[in-house]
Design a protein around this ligand. Structure first.
Ligand code: ZN
Length: 65
């Protein structure tokens, strides 16, 4: 079972029941991870995004369509 990179506690989920795009939340620290791949399992940390999408505050150099 993978452990949380933030607090190193075990992430409690069933690997057989997750799919790409699922969200996993660490019970200990509340960090959210998105499942980006299942074989092998790969998690992407969901950064807190407290900024407004429409407001290019500092960096607006990410190109996504
Ligand atoms: Zn954690």
């Amino acid at each position: 079972m993978p452990s949380c990179p933030e607090c190193e506690s075990a992430l409690d989920f069933d690997e057989d029941e997750i799919e790409e795009g699922d969200l996993i939340v660490c019970d200990e620290c509340g960090t959210e991870y998105e499942v980006v791949a299942t074989e092998p399992l790969e998690l992407s940390r969901k950064e807190e995004s407290g900024y407004d999408d429409h407001d290019g505050d500092e960096h607006a150099d990410e190109e996504e369509e």
